[in-house]
Design a binder for this molecule. Structure first.
Ligand code: PLP
Length: 447
């Protein structure tokens, strides 16, 4: 057990009044009646102030790939703040983002050789959308402004991402935010795909939804398609065999850019650096965040193909080519954290480790295939979901009930809708995977 006083060199911060902090994506009133706080974390565990030790089966929020409390990252951040805490990012540079971009390009598939830095996945998504629209315009194709997303997708909460994504609850409060957006149907189908191990065999033809949208809007008006190669936040929706390949071909055929949102799948979740490598499908851009710094310091990035970068840079020899950027783009401290993180991934060969653990994870999660009340079990790499039958009207979802009881028994899981999702740190052991699903099994058998 780690004493947080040793880790921080001081007493943990304790709030006096919970009302001041307006919590994100949280039922504030309910939380503040019955708060749950985390005080410290190490390895694959987190700990509450009253000493409850939680096995973290979700890597925080899909981000702590190398486990919590990595000293190498803490040291790199400490050294960086001492040397250069901040430097302006516009019209002047420092070594960090150049070095980090080189490292990312070396790991990225094919032509994805250029990194634009942001501070979050949401910002990466909006950056990629703007990049796509501006790229077409620079090439004299200014009518291509439409963005095609997909139902049951999550692309963060900024205006582009929330519009392109397909989660009603995240949009209803705001109405239509970005014009010129349409959506493919999602790929999940309980009838033909339930209990698939890895990619479902059926469903590649769902990519043809794009043809219907081309027919409706005209490809001359469409800038880009953005999808998560595996949808994470809506319950691990694994692409059917051949789907991504077909979508890639259709985008190429119609001059539409393909953006993979790899905020969740990047950095080893499927056993490769990127899902693009895993599926052997190369998009024109990849959006990243989370695992880029192992969750330690906020950072996101867009990886863009050379042909995109060169179009921008060749468009002017003297003035700003892309009117976009953040005060903290390529922040020195985030870069130091990211470089230390990439070093850990490489030194500990964590992506290969994920790949080695994936069959055991698959076997373990599919032990629930025949459980009463379980409607589907899905998995790929080290991510998976267990979907329960819908609750009787007015009742809480079974996933939320199981999650709450697991928490009391020392297991941190995540409920999204009717599904319980799992995405442990890549440092997890086989025994700890067993512990996750043993706990879930005992809870399910009682509830
Ligand atoms: N894109 C995907 C696929 C995500 O899962 C998320 C967050 O979970 C985001 C974008 C948004 O990232 P952030 O919360 O860092 O803005």
């Amino acid at each position: 057990m780690v004493d947080s006083r040793q880790q921080t060199g001081g007493d943990p911060i304790m709030p006096n009044d919970l009302r001041s902090f307006w919590m994100p994506f949280t039922a504030n009133a309910r939380f503040k009646r019955d708060p749950r706080l985390i005080e410290s974390a190490d390895g694959v565990h987190m700990q509450t102030p009253d000493g409850l030790r939680l096995l973290d089966s979700t890597a925080g929020l899909w981000c702590v790939m190398a486990g919590h409390g990595r000293k190498e990252i803490a040291d790199a951040v400490h050294r960086q703040i001492g040397r250069l805490d901040f430097a302006p990012a516009f019209q002047i540079g420092h070594a960090g983002p150049f070095r980090l971009a080189e490292e990312l390009a070396a790991r990225a598939p094919g032509e994805l050789n250029h990194a634009f830095f942001t501070n979050s996945g949401s910002e990466a998504v909006d950056t990629a959308i703007k990049m796509a629209i501006a790229w077409h315009r620079l090439r004299g194709d200014g009518a291509r402004r439409m963005i095609i997303g997909r139902n049951r997708a999550y692309h963060g909460v900024n205006i582009g991402g929330i519009s392109a994504a397909g989660i009603g609850a995240n949009r209803r409060q705001f109405g239509s935010l970005m014009h010129g957006v349409d959506h493919l149907g999602h790929t999940h189908d309980l009838q033909s795909q339930a209990f698939s191990h890895g990619q479902p065999a059926m469903g590649a033809e769902k990519a043809d939804d794009l043809l219907a949208l081309v027919e409706l809007h005209g490809d001359e008006n469409i800038a880009a398609v953005i999808i998560e190669p595996v949808a994470g936040a809506t319950g691990v929706l694994v692409p059917p065999e051949g789907y991504l390949e077909r979508l890639r071909d259709l985008c190429t055929e119609h001059g539409i850019l393909l953006i993979f949102d790899e905020v969740v799948t990047g950095f080893g979740r499927l056993g490769k650096a990127f899902a693009a490598d895993y599926f052997g499908v190369e998009p024109d851009m990849i959006t990243l965040a989370k695992g880029i710094t192992n969750g330690t310091v906020p950072m996101g990035a867009v990886l863009a193909a050379s042909s995109i970068y060169e179009t921008f840079v060749d468009s002017s020899s003297d003035s700003v080519e892309f009117f976009h950027g953040y005060t903290y783009s390529g922040h020195p401290v985030a870069c130091a954290a990211a470089l230390a993180t990439l070093d850990i991934y490489k030194r500990e060969d964590l992506f290969a480790r994920a790949s080695t653990l994936a069959p055991h994870f698959e076997q373990s999660i599919h032990r629930f295939d025949r459980h009463r009340g379980v409607a589907d079990v899905r998995n790929i790499g080290l991510m998976g979901a267990m979907q329960f039958d819908p609750p009787v009207a007015g009742r809480k979802s079974q996933a939320a009930i199981v999650q709450a009881t697991c928490y009391e028994r020392g297991l941190f899981t995540r409920a999204v809708g009717d599904s319980l999702v799992f995405s442990p740190p890549l440092t997890i052991t086989q025994e700890q995977i067993d512990e996750i699903f043993d706990t879930v099994e005992s809870v399910i058998s009682e509830t």
